[in-house]
Ligand binder design. Structure first.
Ligand code: NAD
Length: 264
C-alpha cells in the first residue's frame, strides 16, 4: 500500500510558523517530507526556525517576513514562495492574536486588529494560494480555530468571533473549492502550553489548576500533540474529509463540562 501520509514533493506554507502550535505543525509536516514556508513577523526568530528544520529533516525551507494583517504583504509573500518552489500544496492558517478583557472595554482598533489577523488574514492567505492549488490539481487548507469556535468566552469576545468565523470560513471554502479537489478543514486546540497561554496564566491566577482539572487528559496540550492530526489533514489520508474540524483538546470540550468528581 502506498504511504498515504507521505508529504514528499509537497510545499506547505505555515502562517505563525514560529509560534507554539505553528512551529509544532511545521516540524510535523517537515518530518513527513514536505518542504516548508514559514510565514512570520520576526526575521531573526524565523531564521533560527528555518535553519533548525533544514538540519533536522533535510527538506527545503523558506522563511518569509509577512504581516498577514496586510493584503499586499500576503500577496508578495505567496509570490516569493511560488518563485522559490513553483507551487503551494498545503496552507496552514495558524497565525493568531488575542486581547483579554471584558467586551465593553474594547476599542474599534483592537476589534479590527484581532479580526483582521485571525479571520481576514486566513481568508486572504487562502485566496492567495488558491490559483496554485487549482493548477496543481488539488490542495489542503488547515485552519486553526479554538474552543471558542464552539463556546462563548466572556473575556475574549473579538477573538471568539474570529474563531467562530474560522469555522464558517472552513465550511464555505470547502464547499466552494471541492470542485478543485481542495480539502479545507479546521483543527480546534484546547488549552495548549505556548507563548499565547503563558500570558493567560499570568493574567488569570488559578488558570493552571483549572486546565489540569477540567481537561480529562489531566494536562496542558503541547505543540507536538498536533503532529498526527496535521499530517493526516495535509496528506492523501484525508482526501474525502472536508468541511470538518478535529479537536485536539485532551477531551476538554466534553469532559470540561463536568466536575472531576462526577467524571470519574
Ligand atoms: N495556545 C492555545 O491554548 C490555543 C488555543 C486555541 C487556539 N489557539 C490558536 O492557535 C494559533 C497559534 O497560537 P499559539 O498558542 O501557538 O500562539 P503563539 O503566540 O505562540 O503563535 C502565534 C504566532 O502568530 C504570529 N503572528 C501574529 N500576528 C501575525 C501577523 N500579523 N502576521 C504573521 N504572523 C503573525 C506570531 O508572531 C506568533 O509566532 C492561534 O491562531 C491561536 O488563536 C491557541
Amino acid at each position: 500500500m502506498q504511504d498515504i501520509f507521505n508529504l514528499k514533493d509537497k510545499v506547505a506554507m505555515v502562517t505563525g510558523g514560529n509560534g507554539g502550535i505553528g512551529k509544532g505543525i511545521a516540524y510535523a509536516l517537515a518530518s513527513a517530507g514536505s518542504d516548508i514556508v514559514i510565514v512570520e513577523l520576526s526575521e531573526t526568530k524565523t531564521a533560527e526556525t528555518v535553519k533548525d528544520i533544514r538540519e533536522k529533516f533535510g527538506v527545503h525551507v523558506l522563511g518569509l517576513v509577512v504581516d498577514i494583517g496586510q493584503e499586499v504583504s500576503i500577496q508578495e509573500g505567496v509570490k516569493k514562495a511560488i518563485d522559490e518552489f513553483g507551487k503551494v500544496n498545503i496552507l496552514v492558517n495558524c497565525a493568531g492574536v488575542i486581547i483579554r478583557k471584558m467586551p465593553e472595554g474594547y476599542s474599534v482598533e483592537e476589534w479590527d486588529w484581532i479580526l483582521n489577523i485571525n479571520l481576514r488574514g486566513a481568508f486572504l492567505c487562502s485566496r492567495a494560494v488558491y490559483p496554485s492549488m487549482k493548477e496543481a490539481g488539488g490542495g489542503k487548507i488547515i485552519n486553526i480555530g479554538s474552543m471558542t469556535s464552539l463556546f462563548g468566552l466572556g473575556k475574549v469576545v473579538p477573538y471568539a468571533c474570529s474563531k467562530m468565523g474560522i469555522l464558517s470560513l472552513t465550511y464555505s471554502l470547502a464547499v466552494a473549492w471541492a470542485k478543485d479537489n481542495i480539502q479545507v478543514n479546521a483543527i480546534l486546540p484546547g488549552w495548549i502550553d505556548t507563548p499565547m497561554t503563558v500570558s493567560a496564566r499570568r493574567d488569570f491566577p488559578g488558570l493552571d489548576d483549572f486546565v489540569r482539572l477540567q481537561t480529562p487528559a489531566g494536562r496542558w496540550g503541547k505543540p507536538e500533540d498536533f503532529a498526527g492530526v496535521a499530517i493526516f489533514l495535509a496528506s492523501h489520508a484525508s482526501d474525502f474529509v472536508t468541511a470538518d474540524y478535529i479537536k485536539v483538546d485532551g477531551g476538554f470540550a466534553q469532559g470540561g463540562l463536568t466536575p472531576t468528581s462526577v467524571r470519574r
